[in-house]
Design a protein around this ligand. Structure first.
Ligand code: SF4
Length: 238
């Protein structure tokens, strides 16, 4: 992992339904991350949920599923299937590959709607969530990161997108205002710092741990050490 650099004209990774756009993110100013340093867009959610969880997944490559993550994975696999449709002036693309060299992230958007208007089509990302709206900024930051990706890829400005919560069957509009954009950039920078450090922060047990799929691996009530160290201790014995 290296600090952001300014590569000459990086191209977005190939994807099934990426909308046509300029290869060089002309809307972006300032330093950019290199392609090798991109992290998954989902890491922004992880770092906001728990920095240790982020490090376990993105530094130590640990992963475990619980009921929530399995249900979420199945939902996203369904929604991520590439394709598209057009209804009442809205073109909809599913499973859109995304990249932002300014944030240093790449991933896949569930749905991007393209709303027709006098000035052409305006992209409008929609992220599907299985449950209800959670407290905190995790979901909004993830959506805003998708918007930043689309802005870079298409050289447009996005004002808003939406989160769709399956349990409540509710679509919530999210405005990409300056505080949300700042929170998104800060989350991305923190992920890159954690990955660059190669270190896993110690566990801090709290209410969030009960819903964490990594609870067994993390052992937040036990001795705070990395999963790598924990496995090493098992292999080496007492
Ligand atoms: S169990 Fe708790 S401390 Fe450990 S990764 Fe999950 S949320 Fe973080």
């Amino acid at each position: 992992m290296s600090a952001p650099v300014a590569p000459a004209g990086p191209a977005a990774p190939a994807g099934p339904a990426a909308p046509a756009g300029p290869a060089v993110p002309v809307a972006v100013q300032g330093p950019l991350y290199a392609e090798d340093d991109l992290v998954p867009l989902s890491a922004l959610q992880h770092v906001l949920y728990c920095e240790r969880q982020c490090a376990l997944i993105h530094v130590e490559r640990a992963w475990a599923e619980n009921r929530q993550t399995a249900a979420g994975r199945i939902l996203h696999a369904r929604v991520h299937a590439p394709g598209g449709e057009r209804r009442r002036g809205v073109r909809t693309e599913f499973g859109v590959r995304l990249v932002s060299f300014a944030l240093g992230v790449s991933g896949v958007a569930d749905v991007v709607e393209f709303h027709a208007g006098p000035g052409g089509e305006t992209p409008f990302p929609v992220e599907y969530k299985r449950g209800r709206a959670k407290g905190g900024d995790c979901d909004r930051v993830q959506l805003c990161a998708q918007a930043v990706c689309l802005e870079e890829m298409l050289d447009v400005r996005l004002e808003a997108g939406a989160l769709y919560y399956g349990e409540a069957r509710r679509r919530v509009e999210v405005v990409f205002d300056p505080p949300l954009r700042a929170a998104t950039r800060a989350a991305a920078e923190r992920v890159h710092e954690i990955v660059a450090s190669g270190r896993t922060p110690p566990a801090v047990y709290g209410g969030k741990c009960r819903a964490c799929s990594l609870l067994e691996l993390c052992r937040p009530k036990g001795v705070a050490r990395s999963v790598r160290g924990y496995l090493q201790a098992i292999v080496e014995g007492p």
